[in-house]
Ligand binder design. Structure first.
Ligand SMILES: [Zn+2]
Ligand SMILES: [Zn+2]
Length: 276
């Protein structure tokens, strides 16, 4: 097996491969040595090789001894994740942790052992529910669904693998949630017993995030948008149009929803009482 073929095998395995996998594919010890000398693969440690194409997170996870998983793999896929500041690494049941520079890894010891590379999106979501709780899971699940990453079969498989107390979240999820923040807000309002309609089109205003009752519009501004003056002006025009039609618009941002929820809940509950 020539160096290019060995690198292709490692790429197909997600950028990290063990000697045993290369040997069972037909590579000899001499082939592997030649592949290292040519730069096609790099020896990470005894029995583990990487390619230049491996993603940074995958390499760090392999340096730690496992596969990229949970919040880190979901974030890599573009899924909305509440917190992916640490590197989540799947170790399997009997994995071995290695020391490496600048380690902030969060090891996950759920079975079965994943080897190296990345876990699949279904497993990453099941891990996230245990790792970060129901809100984080719900927001990521809806985001992954919206991105087209979850078939019906995948959604049912995730539901079956979740702890029983989290399964209702899959039944509640929708394919059209606009942002993770919107998912979390919807979940919290439902828990408060507040019925709402999502993604409502109001003539003269446009599509709004939520309508509560007949007259309250609820809008949530995610982490990424609404920062610039143009967006701000558009929002104000929408709010004025809505007010002219008899609606009250409540607008909350990420910091309010995530770090000051009692203030948000009080505003919503009071607005509902007044609107009655
Ligand atoms: Zn995790
Ligand atoms: Zn580490």
């Amino acid at each position: 097996m020539d160096p290019t073929q060995i690198a292709a095998r490692a790429d197909a395995a997600g950028g990290v491969i063990r000697t045993a996998a290369l040997r069972s594919a037909g590579a000899t010890a001499r082939d592997i040595r030649r592949a290292c000398e040519s730069g096609a693969v790099t020896r990470l440690r005894g029995g583990v090789y990487t390619t230049p194409h491996a993603a940074a997170g995958v390499l760090t996870a392999a340096a730690h001894g496992g596969a990229l998983c949970c919040a880190s793999e979901l974030a890599r896929l573009g899924v909305w994740v509440l917190d992916s500041s640490r590197l989540h690494v799947a170790m399997g049941g009997g994995g071995h942790e290695y020391t490496h520079p600048e380690c902030t890894c969060l090891p996950h010891w759920d079975d079965p052992p994943p080897g190296y590379g990345r876990v699949d999106v279904e497993r990453a979501l099941v891990q996230l529910a245990r790792c970060q709780g129901p809100e984080s899971f719900f927001a990521a699940f809806e985001s992954a669904w919206r991105l087209g990453l979850l078939s019906r079969r995948a959604r049912m498989s995730i539901r079956a693998r979740l702890d029983a107390r989290h399964r209702w979240l899959v039944d509640l999820a929708r394919a059209d949630a606009d942002s993770g923040l919107e998912s979390i807000l919807r979940l919290r309002l439902l828990r408060l017993g507040i019925p709402l309609r999502c993604q409502v089109v109001i003539r003269g205003v446009g599509r709004v995030d939520f309508v509560l009752g007949e007259r309250i519009i609820l809008e949530v501004d995610g982490r990424d948008n609404h920062d610039d003056a143009t967006h701000r002006h558009k929002d104000l025009v929408r709010d004025a149009n809505a007010a002219a039609l008899g609606y009250v618009t409540l607008r909350f941002d990420y910091a309010l929803v995530m770090h000051d929820w009692p203030r948000v809940a009080a505003a919503i509950l009071r607005a509902r009482a007044v609107a009655r």
